[in-house]
Design a protein. Structure first.
Ligand SMILES: Nc1ncnc2c1ncn2[C@@H]1O[C@H](COP(=O)(O)OP(=O)(O)OP(=O)(O)O)[C@@H](O)[C@H]1O
Length: 306
């Protein structure tokens, strides 16, 4: 287990920021800590890095206790905070050179690593530009470059796509996929559920300091919505009834020939056959159920039960 916590709790005065967190992240996994602002994601991250002390409970990161061995954790774990602090007056290269000094790398090794990470993040061409002139997306990539200087086994990214336009966010998520392919374990936090769900192997949904749901998106969809598959169909209007009668279909929403079908399995063949038999098939696609919907539905049910 790369990250493990038991009963991890942080209380600020009267606010329980993180409440009895049991979290396990395995080697090579991309795990998303997801939830609205103020739900405890950043506090969790700070405790894992030894930057704030838990009130109760314990954590292990790569086997080290962040409270008692914070330097061992920091040496091995890359951290991208939610607002990255670089020296605006210095160039990208100079900022990273500063970091390599803090890491204690000797000049030759430092310069080789800086070139490597800047090239990877697509920033080599702008290495001599002052960071003050960087866009938010470039700054985030420079933040990830800085994380990689350390050659970490684990990277913890706090709200990595916040403030990025859709294209920059997509590029950033692609970089995260590449890091995963290299075997780096990633923990990332976000309140943009739909955006990061694509890259996460598993997610933990936070609500008021508690991790209320944890699993793959499909598992959560099955547990909360009743089905893990969403088929989108465009066909002749009026097929709702017939679609609902297909075995494995849980719910069908229809809007003028556009259908959203929630199902227990991938029912595209059955749906296609039905659409062709009853008229015409104009479009068919399988979507991952959305975490936003899972989250919303879960809280409707919680509120309803209460
Ligand atoms: N240093 C602090 N002192 C007092 N209260 C705090 C402190 N840090 C966080 N909190 C409170 O703890 C709760 C959890 O905050 P936290 O920042 O961990 O949430 P978050 O999910 O990361 O949200 P965000 O996305 O806004 O960072 C909030 O109610 C917040 O106000």
């Amino acid at each position: 287990m790369v990250i493990a916590t038991r009963g991890l709790t942080k209380v600020y005065g009267r606010v329980v920021a993180v409440d009895g967190l049991d979290l396990e992240v395995q080697e090579g996994e991309v795990f998303g800590l997801l939830g609205p602002n103020g739900s405890g994601k950043t506090t969790t991250i700070l405790m894992l890095l030894g930057l704030t002390e838990p009130t109760r409970g314990e954590a292990r990161v790569l086997g080290f206790d962040p409270v008692r061995e914070p330097l061992k954790v920091k040496a091995r774990v890359g951290y991208l905070p939610d607002s990255v602090g670089f020296y605006g007056e210095l160039t990208a290269w100079e900022n990273l050179r500063y970091t390599t000094r803090l890491l204690g790398l000797e000049a030759k090794e430092a310069e080789a690593r800086i070139e490597e990470v800047l090239r990877r993040m697509g920033l080599w061409e702008v290495k001599d530009r002052r960071v003050a002139a960087f866009s938010r997306g470039m700054r985030q990539r420079l933040g990830l470059a800085e994380v990689l200087l350390k050659r970490p086994k684990v990277a913890i990214l706090d709200e990595p796509t916040l403030g990025l336009d859709p294209e920059a966010a997509r590029e950033f998520l692609d970089l995260i996929r590449q890091l995963k392919a290299e075997g780096i374990t990633l923990l990332l936090s976000s309140h943009l559920l739909h955006q990061v769900q694509e890259v996460c192997d598993r997610v933990g949904l936070f609500h008021k300091g508690r991790m209320v749901l944890v699993g793959t998106v499909e598992e959560l969809a099955r547990r909360v919505l009743g089905g893990g598959y969403e088929v989108h169909l465009e066909a002749t209007p009026g097929l709702g009834e017939a679609l609902r009668a297909l075995p494995g279909v849980i719910r069908v929403e229809e809007e003028g020939g556009r259908y959203r079908i929630l199902a227990e399995e991938d029912l595209r063949p059955q749906v296609a056959r039905l659409a062709v038999e009853r008229g015409s098939l104009l479009g068919l696609a399988l979507r991952r159920p959305s975490l936003d919907e899972i989250y919303a539905r879960y809280f409707q049910e919680v509120a309803h039960a209460a």
